[in-house]
Design a protein around this ligand. Structure first.
Ligand code: FE2
Ligand code: FE2
Length: 135
């Protein structure tokens, strides 16, 4: 069974970002599957890198749209993104130096972070953008 599922409760009502969130959920599930299947470090490293790269693209896209539209909570939102990026890069560093960091608790941290961030902060920009006619 997949670790996470994208459903209507995660919709921010902006198609581009719903699509990106679906992809993020898929990557988190891929990492979870690879971990559960006992895949080697090379494979885990690749999936982790895909997740990190895609997350960077996604955060940059969100921040760009918020900025262009004068979203008042951009600074706060950016800090949330930055904290997660720092956390995951730290994880990757540990992983690369041989630490067995890809554990179930790390996976549930990622899952919880995504769920909380999307349903809280991301939904707020969704409401704001919708009011500007962006969906
Ligand atoms: Fe997001
Ligand atoms: Fe976000």
């Amino acid at each position: 069974m997949a670790l996470m599922e994208w459903g209507p409760t995660l919709s921010v009502k902006v198609k581009k970002f719903d699509d990106q969130h679906k992809k993020l959920v898929e990557l988190v599930n891929q990492l979870h599957d690879a971990m559960k299947a006992g895949q080697g470090d090379a494979m885990l490293g690749l999936v982790l890198q895909s997740l990190i790269s895609y997350t960077a693209t996604h955060f940059a896209d969100e921040e760009k749209v918020m900025q262009v539209n004068g979203y008042p909570d951009l600074a706060k939102h950016k800090i949330e993104h930055e904290k997660l990026v720092a956390h995951v890069l730290e994880l990757q560093k540990k992983f690369q130096s041989g630490g067995a960091v890809l554990t179930l608790s790390v996976m549930s941290f990622l899952k919880d972070w995504l769920n909380t961030h999307i349903q809280g902060s991301d939904k707020k920009y969704g409401v704001f953008l919708n009011a500007k006619g962006i969906s």
